[in-house]
Design a binder for this molecule. Sequence first.
Ligand code: GLC
Length: 734
Amino acid sequence: MKPSEPRRSPRPVPAHLRDLLAAMTLDEKIGQLVMVSLGAETIVTGPKAAEEPSVDDVRTGRVGSVLNLVGRDRIHALQRIAVEESRLKIPLLFGLDVIHGYRTAFPVPLAETAAFRPDLWEATARAAAEEATDDGLALTFAPMLDLARDPRWGRIVEGPGEDPTVGRAYARAKVAGFQGRDLARPDGLAATAKHFFAYGAATAGRDYASVDLSERTLHEFYLPAFEAAVKAGCLAIMPAFCDIAGRPVSGDRGWLTELVRDAWGFDGIYVSDYDAIGELVAHGVAADMAEAAARALHAGLDVDMMSRAYPDGLKPALERGLVSQTDLDAAVLRVLAAKDRLGLFEAPYGRGDPSRPPARSRDARRALARDVAAASMVLLKNDAAVLPLGPRGGPIALIGPVAARPAEMIGSWFCLGDQEEIVSLADGLAAAFPERPLTVVEGCDLDGDDDAGIPAAVAAAEAADVVLLAIGEPAGMTGEAASRAHPRLTGRQRDLARAVLATGRPVVVLLSCGRPLVEPEIFEKAAAVLVVWGPGSEGGHAVADLVCGRRSPSGRLPVSWPAAIGQIPVFYGERPSGRPFAEGEHFTTRYLDVANEPAFPFGAGLGYAPFDLSDPVVDRPRFRPGEALRLTATLANRGSVEAATTVFLFVRDRVASTARPLLELARFRTETLAPGESRELVFTLGDDDFALLGPDLAPRLEPGAFDLSLGFSADRRALRTVTVELVDADAAIV
Ligand code: GLC
């Protein structure tokens, strides 16, 4: 566990903003705290508002921010009303869910995480920010940092998986990428760390359901990515819809203010989730909109997205003495300061200025999309090296409902992707195999009962040398409000797969999904399984790059892949149990009907070259607090092609005041090696890597033995371990 990083020092509020605050009426103050979806006929991200907002609300200063409006002309037209026609001329803040690209789609976030490449995570955020700011936007509701262990929860697709160390690295990369060198520049896009927090632990994976976790688990697993985002300077945070043990986060001062603002030093703004403040009534912690508004404002929540709790409820709340003018002024000042940091007062039309040349060409964006998509795909099985397929040879049958549907490449929740520009699997593969006959057959529908095409699919398989079976779950069945009790293939695809597998032809499954799909029988019978996720605009090309061997697959699973739905949640960071599983022992922790292990562990993934890793060596077997410990190992590519692999370094604290997880990730590193090349890897560890949260949840060091384990995944049987001892640490605080 990595303890808290040092507190961030909040920025002072500029004097001109205090003067502005002093000039504002009550309505104008409340207006700055209101965010509405305006003029957005096409993008709808929540329930319809009872009362439609209007442009006149901007003119009268009753709206401070807008979401879901796209197009620089429309954005500038509305901005003009705010800065030229409203009394105080305060600019609007325009936000949108720029999740995995703006026009060019990059892989869905869970997929991108699988690349284990912070440089790429940052690069795609930067490219998306360039496109979005070119269109006039100043704020994205991303990155989503919700740790997720439950593939029933549809939003697992939007975040960085199950590991807090990966979550931290992802948070830093995304904040840096979106916000750029300087937020005030016209290409700075403010990041929103969301959904704060533990939203991914919704009961039974059902979206919006209550969360109930121990404080320790919250601090060790669910908070670290958000803390990293704050320390990286993210401008905004969106509190989650959920309650945690009866405390709806949107109305919780303890989490929002005492922890994040006071202890971590967050000086940005909280933007509510869609309608979330009003939903405090449904949660049962507020009797009406005035109480909901008062509770949220006092908690520290600055901007009300679409619930009308602030515009309708704050005045009565002030009159009833439910909330103070001081809380109101503090929130208004924070919103003004955020707009100031974005340079909006000085240059309200700076973003979307048509005279500014695009930061990079379309070709450069497409090349990045192709590179990241290929780096994200995870090869889980490749019997008898069926992949890659040679450039010449017999016919290839591309079968399945995902084969020729470009929309399925783009994944869940895509912004403005130009649908004509998405490369389908069929197009990508046809371009990669000009010399092999390629037949494309749909076989069955992606969802629904139509299986009339199965006989044609079987015939195509029989006539081919190899089958590429493009199946999965519809992109629209992942994301928000897309929980599934059966995270499996949809429609009749299982029947299609069985029929094609029964032909005896080698079958390579190309699995398009936004979460692990539990299909052990198909995984068992297929010769190869490549998880392609929702790969984005260049999906078809990227898949083809791997299938034809132009490049070796290198993605690794950012979540454990369950072998059975009943194992969920299955994740590697479990605590040991007093009765660890022992083969043949009845009274140990286990299932009677399925193994404890997932089908594929966190970190699993193959490439076209085998890698060797030497035993790790440490520069000192005993160390003291404050000392750096160096661990080295040699990585070697034993194959005949260039390939990348990810090496994971785990720590296990063997004996501590609190039972520690069996493995905790300290470092990961993705390396590309030429055939036959070896490389020495050096990892430097310090106090943070050995600290734990004590019984009081404060970080500390405890003396004793730690196992340091290196490997290619969290499969404990395959790790190489060296044991070190921390001495002279008498529960030292770090
Ligand atoms: C939502 C989502 C959130 C998003 C917001 C605005 O319902 O939960 O992730 O940012 O609406 O679109």
